[in-house]
Structure formats: structure tokens, C-alpha cells
Design a binder for this molecule. Structure first.
Ligand SMILES: Cc1ncc(COP(=O)(O)O)c(C=O)c1O
Length: 338
């Protein structure tokens, strides 16, 4: 039995999702004539209470477009040191927006409204121009932890007061909403722009949507074109995203439950030093000092179980749509036998 816990991006489209793709009405999306893309953009925007949305191939592109919209040359983006926009988007803030970062020393990727206040640069020609704040919910490198809505509200107030656009990297926002039993509108109202991903826990093969005002999304269409992201009869793919939004959100609770069950077993395993708290579908743990990380990953691989290292001695498991109870039982058997 093959088990792939490297990421929630490894899922394959189901027959039902493929049927939706096959049947999708399409048109040329650069002319804004693809009805399925338009339906997806409208549904996603409505869900979060935003005016408009733009479908893009990846979460990297939606984040980078948002950053480009909110910055100017020489800007500074306030974000956490663990954030995806800083660590895993190829230095895109510098490359695409000619801007730099002010890194927060948060707790699992989460910083506070006070941290933001302390980080805003003075109006001094020597300093970069503080131009936006970006947070990530759930935090990937933070082990899938969620943000407290009260802290988000406080941060939004600071952003409004200081005229700073507030961006959400919501690659896994649905995991946060399901875990906390919160709704999208209550989160959406605090942010200027939101990136949601359909290709992570929701199980679509591709796609993210950037949400914002009509004006921002018009600007985003220009930037997406420059980045080479203006594509044609892409409703075939958007249909998978729509299917995912409509069918695969509530079931994320199953992924969270399985991640928790595995975590419980890991706490009893002698090769484990520490298991980080599990809130959603990402499970991070540290191996004991006498266990070589590469050997551990290799031994699992030999048993057809794929996982990734996530820093020295650190391992990440991500549960998802294609990981079921039978696979979990098999994995638990292997872990117990180590
Ligand atoms: C938190 C977060 N943001 C953004 C992205 C980027 O998404 P993509 O791989 O679609 O570019 C990822 C990818 O894993 C992510 O984990």
C-alpha cells in the first residue's frame, strides 16, 4: 500500500471531479469569456465577501500579484520569518516587486498587532517604505497552526490606521475555518486581498484565486498577463476548483482527525523527541538526537511511505483527501514497529 504524506498537494482528481471538468462550458479567459472560470471567481469572492476574484495557476502567483498590487519600488512587506511568501516563492518579493521584507519573530508563524506597530518604518529617506502586512493561515511551516480571529481583527485595525493593505495567504484557510468552526465572511472582512488555494487540501489538480476589490482584481489581470498567467479555455481546470469548493471543504475535518490520531501514536514512540501541537492536517515532530533523519525517511520509503524533512531532525506528515483510514492503520503499524 503506497502512502504519500509529503504534502496535501499530491492528491489525484476523483472520477466525479474529472466528470465536472469534462462537462465544463469553456471560453477564452483572456477575453474574460470562460463561464466556468467566471463562476469560480464569483463563488470564491462571494464566499469571503469580496467584490471580485481572479483565477491563477498557483498560490505563488496569487500571493505575488497581491504583493505587487500593494507595494512600490523600495517597499517593505511585514511578514513572519516562517512565511511562504518569504521562504518558498523564489525571492519573488524582490524579483517581482523590487521590495524587501521585515521579518517577524512569531510563534509558529503568528505575530501580533503590537509587533506590526513596532515594525512600521518612520517616514525617513533612509528607511524602506512599510507598504503592507501579510499573514498565513494556516501557517505551513508553523505546523498547520491557525490564527486567532481576535488577533486578526486587532491587526486589521492597525493596518487601517496606518494605511497598510492587509493580505491573507490562505493557501489552507479552509483547514483553519473547519478546525475553528468559523466562517469565511468573518475572516474576509478583515483583509484587503486573500489568496485561496484549490490544489492543497481541497484536492483540485491546480489553481488558486486572488480575491479583492474590482479595482484590485482589474490590476491583477494586468499583472497576471505580464507573468504569463493569462490562459485560454481554462474552465476545464476551474471546474475542478469549483467542484473542490463545493464538495471537499467539510471533509477536511477527517484529515485533521487522522493527523491527531497519528500524533497520539507518535507521542508514545521511542524515536520521537517532541510532537508539535496538531490543529489541522499538518503534523510536525522532531526525532531523537540518535536517529538520523535521512535514515528515518529512507526506512519509511522502503515501506512505501513518503514523508519530508522539515528542518534538522524535523519531519512533516500532511494528511489529505487521498489518505484514508486503511492507510492510517498501516502507517500506525509501521510507526509502532520502528
Ligand atoms: C502557505 C502556502 N502559501 C502558498 C503556497 C504556494 O502555492 P503553489 O504551490 O500553488 O504555488 C503554498 C504551497 O504549498 C503554501 O503552503
Amino acid at each position: 500500500m503506497k502512502i504519500d504524506l509529503r504534502s496535501d498537494t499530491v492528491t489525484k482528481p476523483t472520477k466525479e471531479m474529472m466528470d465536472a471538468m469534462y462537462l465544463a462550458p469553456v471560453g477564452d479567459d483572456v477575453f474574460e469569456e470562460d463561464p466556468t472560470v467566471m463562476q469560480l471567481e464569483e463563488s470564491a469572492a462571494k464566499l469571503f465577501g469580496k467584490e471580485a476574484g481572479i483565477y491563477c495557476p498557483s498560490g505563488t502567483m496569487t500571493n505575488q500579484i497581491a504583493i505587487r498590487i500593494h507595494t512600490q519600488i523600495g517597499s517593505e512587506v511585514i511578514c513572519d520569518k516562517l512565511s511562504h511568501i518569504y521562504n518558498y516563492e523564489g525571492g519573488g518579493i524582490a524579483v517581482n516587486s523590487l521590495s524587501s521584507v521585515k521579518l517577524m519573530e512569531g510563534d509558529g508563524g503568528r505575530f501580533t498587532a503590537d509587533d506590526v506597530i513596532k515594525s512600521i518604518q518612520p517616514d525617513d529617506i533612509h528607511a524602506p517604505i512599510t507598504s503592507m502586512v501579510a499573514i498565513e493561515n494556516t501557517s505551513n511551516k508553523g505546523g498547520g497552526c491557525t490564527w486567532d480571529l481576535n488577533e486578526i481583527e486587532k491587526m486589521a485595525i492597525v493596518c487601517v490606521k496606518n494605511d497598510l493593505p492587509f493580505h491573507l495567504d490562505g493557501a489552507r484557510i479552509f483547514n483553519a475555518l473547519v478546525a475553528k468552526n468559523e466562517n469565511a465572511i468573518d475572516h474576509g472582512k478583515y483583509f484587503d486581498t486573500i489568496s485561496i488555494c484549490l490544489s492543497k487540501g481541497l484536492g483540485a489538480p491546480i489553481g488558486s484565486v486572488l480575491l479583492g476589490t474590482k479595482k484590485q482584481i482589474h490590476q491583477a489581470r494586468r499583472i497576471r498577463k505580464v507573468l504569463g498567467g493569462g490562459v485560454r479555455q481554462v474552465g476545464i481546470l476551474a471546474a475542478a476548483g469549483l467542484y473542490a469548493l463545493e464538495n471537499n471543504v467539510n471533509r477536511l475535518a477527517d484529515d485533521h482527525k487522522r493527523a491527531n490520531q497519528i500524533a497520539e501514536v507518535l507521542t508514545t514512540c521511542s524515536f520521537v523527541k517532541e510532537v508539535l501541537p496538531v490543529e489541522t492536517n499538518i503534523l510536525v515532530f522532531d526525532l531523537n538526537d540518535d536517529v538520523k533523519q535521512t535514515d528515518f525517511i529512507q526506512q519509511l520509503k522502503e515501506k512505501d511511505i513518503l514523508v519530508v524533512g522539515f528542518g534538522p531532525q524535523r519531519i512533516r506528515f500532511v494528511t489529505h483527501l487521498d489518505f484514508d483510514d486503511a492507510q492510517m492503520e498501516s502507517l500506525i503499524g509501521v510507526l509502532k514497529g520502528f
